[in-house]
Design a protein around this ligand. Structure first.
Ligand code: NA7
Length: 545
């Protein structure tokens, strides 16, 4: 007998149970919408659930990298260090899930495989990998910007006799590296955390570096309880500053306008102070404002860091290979604990795979154009198919059965309205989507702003009997153009990076992050809502009938 499968009807389906999905669920539930979150992993936490690699830490300050929607939560949670370990952030997100009783509406181990918009009833039909079908008025992505691992398609990986791991899908069980010959491919933020963390344990570590990176010391330390008390006592001010700041951080910007207005001695004095204080933010907040806007200003800091590398690394040839040449800050700025120092160890060697590219993975290791490196374990710290990769993994179809991938990749440009919505995909929302401040901001601040905006919007639709909300093409075109213009006035678009999609072979090169600042962006979004969702077409239940 052909049994008809039951379709579950909901107001909203949310994809992903990281920072975005957890808060989205909380807000929609509070506003009275039936909501379910689907998460492919076996626990909540998003990237913090999966990035369990050795040395994994956040490089935003812990207190800043927290939710502020609940003063009680903010005050009762205690971060132990300035830059938290992955396990502590994961513990925090589990605590949030429990505190707000979120788990009863989160379905783990379940991947959303498709979401199709039906123009007959203005609802989304959503399918999961375990065969369930859902019908939801709103389809909301909380997939995150950096969650689809980029494993380069090297010939021969399937024949490798050792073990290999991608840092973004690190196993839960202990990986024993003791006494092993380990190769790490990639020296982005992740590789630079992994390398010093594992070097003391392994027999030999070979680092395969394609692009040398600038990294500054993090100088992580345990939190001073007095500092934490002061921040908590000033919660409202902390929250206000974070929301209206440029980068989504609560700090005042003390950076001077231009590096070119100071003498070399004055510049070195400021750079040295930031280096000693530690953390990427010290350079952006306390040195100069034009570092990513002006090539000559940028070069002053680049030279400073290159000199540091020369002084730290004993072997001049290795130091030379580690010296970066791109514009500082136009790839994701990195901070570390003993990264360059690690190359002074006898059991660590560096292979320049730009000069000698990787040809293949052999059964015994990695072959570059200059020879074979025998390995027991290969660690891919090769990053993510950022910004769009995780959205494209779902078969999302809007009006006229057009897929999101067709619209964005086959079209001349990925286009969104505010990074929240895209034309042709009614009643679909993206949390930290392409062309929003997302990864070039303190992400929890941006997530809170998007989730609150989306919830207010959905409440407005309900309260005004509006059936369909869709970004207008001209509004989207204008927003996208504005995003590109802001980016092109900086140095960001001049460097190959995951910001531009250049890290994934064949991916169109597009800069999909809004650089106009978190505070101004928030004001723009609020103004649009205040004007009755200007730039969106709204269709009421009556009109539809
Ligand atoms: P990233 O920043 O994308 O770094 C990936 C690294 O892997 C980078 O050094 C790449 O070199 C290298 N890579 C990528 N593909 C290859 C191939 N085919 N051969 C050799 N080397 C390769 O990813 P992370 O995980 O470090 O950081 C991602 C973000 O997560 C981070 O910025 C934080 O926001 C959190 P390249 O520079 O492209 O030449």
């Amino acid at each position: 007998m052909n049994q008809k499968k039951e379709v579950v009807h909901l107001d909203a389906v949310v994809v992903g149970a990281g920072f975005s999905g957890l808060y989205m669920l909380y807000r929609l539930r509070e506003a009275g919408f039936s909501t379910r979150v689907f998460e492919a992993a076996d626990g909540v936490g998003g990237v913090w659930h999966k990035n369990r690699y050795p040395g994994a830490r956040c490089d935003n300050e812990s207190i800043d990298y927290s939710f502020t929607f609940s003063e009680e939560l903010f005050k009762e949670w205690n971060w132990s260090e300035k830059f938290s370990k992955q396990s502590e952030i994961l513990e925090y997100l589990n605590y949030v899930a429990d505190k707000f009783d979120l788990r009863r509406d989160i379905q783990l181990n379940t991947r959303i495989i498709s979401a199709h918009y039906n123009e007959e009833d203005n609802r989304w039909t959503i399918q999961t990998n375990e065969g369930s079908t859902l019908s939801a008025k709103y389809f909301i992505s909380g997939v995150g910007c950096l969650s689809t691992a980029n494993v380069p398609k090297f010939k021969g990986l399937d024949r490798f006799e050792g073990k290999w791991y991608h840092t973004g899908n690190w196993p839960k069980e202990q990986v024993s590296l003791k006494g092993k010959r380990v190769g790490v491919i990639g020296t982005g933020s992740t590789g630079i955390q992994v390398i010093p963390a594992i070097a003391p344990e392994v027999d030999h570590l070979t680092v395969f570096q394609r692009t040398a990176q600038y990294s500054v010391p993090s100088r992580n330390h345990a939190y001073d309880p007095e500092y934490v008390r002061q921040v908590k006592d000033n919660f409202n001010e902390f929250k206000r500053k974070r929301r209206y700041s440029f980068g989504g951080f609560p700090n005042d910007i003390e950076a001077r306008p231009s590096a070119l207005e100071d003498t070399p001695e004055e510049r070195d004095h400021l750079y040295e102070a930031a280096w000693q204080k530690g953390g990427v933010s010290s350079f952006f907040l306390e040195t100069y404002q034009d570092l990513t806007a002006n090539e000559d200003a940028n070069e002053t800091l680049s030279v400073f860091i290159r000199n540091k590398i020369k002084n730290i690394v004993h072997d001049p040839e290795t130091a030379e290979k580690l010296s970066p040449t791109y514009y500082y800050g136009t790839k994701r700025p990195i901070q570390d604990t003993n990264y360059y120092e690690t190359y002074n160890r006898d059991n660590v060697s560096l292979v320049d795979v730009k000069a000698n590219p990787i040809m293949e993975i052999t059964p015994k290791g990695i072959r570059t154009t200059d020879g074979e490196y025998e390995l027991d374990i290969i660690i891919f710290a090769t990053g993510y198919d950022a910004m769009t990769g995780s959205l494209f993994k779902i078969d999302i179809r809007g009006k006229d059965n057009v897929t999101l991938k067709e619209k964005w990749e086959n079209g001349e440009q990925t286009k969104t309205y505010l990074g929240i919505a895209t034309s042709g995909f009614p009643n679909m929302f993206m949390i930290t989507g392409p062309e929003s401040p997302s990864v070039l901001s303190n992400v929890p601040t941006s997530i809170e702003q998007h989730v609150e905006w989306i919830t207010d919007c959905i409440e407005y639709l309900r309260d005004n009997d509006i059936e369909i909300l869709e970004a207008k093409e001209d509004a989207e075109e204008a927003w996208s153009k504005h995003c590109r213009e802001v980016a092109e006035a900086t140095l960001f678009t001049k460097t190959d990076s995951w910001y531009t999609g250049a890290n994934v072979p064949g991916k169109p090169r597009r800069f999909l992050i809004y650089l106009g600042g978190v505070g101004p962006y928030r004001e723009k979004c609020s103004e649009i809502a205040f004007k009755g969702y200007e730039g969106f077409s709204l269709q009421s239940t009556m009109e539809k009938a």
